[in-house]
Design a protein around this ligand. Sequence first.
Ligand code: PEP
Length: 246
Amino acid sequence: MRRKLAAGNWKMNGTAAALDELAALAEATREARAEVLICPPATLLSRAADRLSASHVTLGGQDCHAATSGAHTGDVSAEMLRDAGASAVILGHSERRADHGETDAEVRAKAEAATAAGLTAVICVGETLEDRENGKTLDVVRSQLDGSLPDGSTGDTVVVAYEPVWAIGTGKVPTVAQIAEVHNDLRNSLIQRFGGETANAIRLLYGGSVKASNADDIFAVAHVDGALVGGASLKAADFAPITAAL
Ligand code: PEP
């Protein structure tokens, strides 16, 4: 029912030379059953779209502004991302929440802009190590989910990525029981807010140090509909086996 999704977040990595690796990634994932989404830096989007014009790989941005245009130096609108070839955008990544102080309300406004521009918003939520050690994981994640998702969200307009902050880029991964607890809770929260039919169409990704060696175990967890992958999405040889595990 929910198509699996392998999403790659290239973060602030890659110049034109990386387009060859992107083409290699597309070739290496050609047989994938899952949808493959790569989010390169905005500077590469339109060239990536040209390079992958005949490919199954879809492209996304890593952030957008909530406004459609205007005096926002350095920012990029959802419509601009769409124009450059994106069909999705990552929003509320913990690095943006930490580096730019993004609040849930801002993430929600950006998600509304993404929907208006026809982009799927991949909305990230996740607790810090301190939250987890203080037993606050579910409270934090519920509150981020509640505050960041627009009213009227559907399986077409949003994907939710559960990314424990302490697992991103660290090689540390929660146990499958910890992932299961959060994903189950996310699904229940979505059902309460949007009703069963809509909630069950919204994909829930896990993100945080996913690699080929742990992908099978993570993808076997109920309500894990795919992954948001950082480091291991930069090389076709690392990303293809993760995609194949879906
Ligand atoms: C991410 O940046 O969203 C991420 C999950 O990174 P990594 O896979 O490198 O932990």
